[in-house]
Design a protein around this ligand. Structure first.
Ligand code: KDG
Length: 327
């Protein structure tokens, strides 16, 4: 990994965080009288998880200047993520995105319903971007969700990467394909030009095929991304079957931890990203892979999108794990 100068933040990220609503228990949305209210957004989920590991993080977005916007910002700040750059939208149309979860258990999948069109975050535009935020961080973390939100978000995403390159800020991307937001063709056309700019790519095996038509085992796909786009570090996740990582020093595979009762799997990929980035910034991609695998497993035990666990808990699971009651 290239040397990075001393900077105010380790990681800056931006994107949309929504109000998350789900029926308690496994009630169907169609029938429930109650909704549990939380917040969720891939990038802020990763920022919170990184912060739990002791990393200096900042999250940037646009939120409506109303109680729902404040709820989102308060919750992210509560976990020591710097939110001071958030833009407050005071227009009459200002709104947060909403997402509803219809929790399923096998064989019924969990269903996500978005109500986020024209949200304040989707109006983010290049003129909103504060270049100093990107200049002050060691790494800029992005996901493929942000450019899917609108054309101005896609332009902002591209500008952020260009600014990062200018200021020698590292760039990581999780492809995070969301078929409910855009087509695989648009994802391909948008992400292809930025691939050679990345320092670290994290992609599920399924996204590699859907967006880039790249198939094979996790190891083959990871190698293909490194070679085709000259990306120094690549991590490929294979659903419940573990993850591969490769860089110039080697290739590694890590198996998933056995899961007990799944409490909430949403956000597990974002917690995984946090582990990877943490290891990457410490020049230890293998350590990051082990952290990511442990964090994704722990996230399955925690309700809500956010990774509310400590580094000690991650370390404990990473080095063998234990269950039951600690007294
Ligand atoms: O990874 C969890 C995300 O899917 C959730 O927080 C909602 O950000 C979200 C999205 O756009 O799907």
């Amino acid at each position: 990994m290239p040397e990075t100068p001393l900077r105010r933040y380790d990681v800056v990220t931006f994107g949309e965080t929504m109000i998350r609503l789900h029926a308690p228990g496994y009630e169907r949305l169609e029938a429930t009288n109650h909704l549990d209210i939380r917040i969720g957004g891939s990038e802020s989920n990763t920022a919170v998880a990184l912060s739990r590991l002791g990393t200096q993080t900042a999250w940037w977005s646009k939120l409506p200047a109303n109680s729902l916007g404040k709820r989102i910002e308060n919750e992210i700040r509560r976990w020591n993520v710097d939110t001071s750059a958030v833009i407050w939208d005071t227009t009459p149309e200002a709104r947060t995105g909403l997402y509803f979860l219809d929790f399923g258990t096998s064989p019924r999948p969990t269903e996500v319903l978005y109500d986020r069109a024209n949200s304040s975050a989707s109006t983010l535009a290049p003129t909103d971007l504060d270049a100093s935020l990107i200049q002050q961080t060691r790494l800029l973390h992005l996901t493929g969700i942000t450019p899917a939100l609108s054309e101005t978000c896609a332009e902002t995403f591209r500008l952020a990467i260009a600014l990062a390159k200018e200021s020698e800020t590292l760039v990581s991307l999780d492809t995070n394909y969301r078929g409910k937001l855009w087509t695989s063709k648009r994802a391909y056309e948008t992400l292809l030009p930025v691939m050679p700019e990345l320092d670290l790519l994290i992609t599920p095996l399924s996204d590699a095929e859907i967006i880039f038509g790249i198939t094979g085992s996790g190891a083959e796909v990871a190698r293909e991304f490194r070679q085709r786009f000259n990306i120094p570090s690549v991590v490929v996740t294979c659903g419940g079957e573990g993850a591969y990582a490769c860089n110039a020093e080697g290739e590694w595979f890590s198996q998933p931890h056995a899961l007990g009762q799944v409490v909430d799997r949403v956000g597990a990929g974002d917690a995984f990203d946090a582990g990877i980035i943490y290891g990457y910034l410490n020049d230890d991609l293998l350590g990051g892979l082990e952290y990511g695998i442990a964090m994704a497993a722990l996230k399955h035990t925690i309700p809500g999108d956010l990774f509310i666990a400590s580094r000690e808990e991650v370390e404990r699971l990473r080095s063998g794990g234990e269950t039951g009651i600690r007294r």
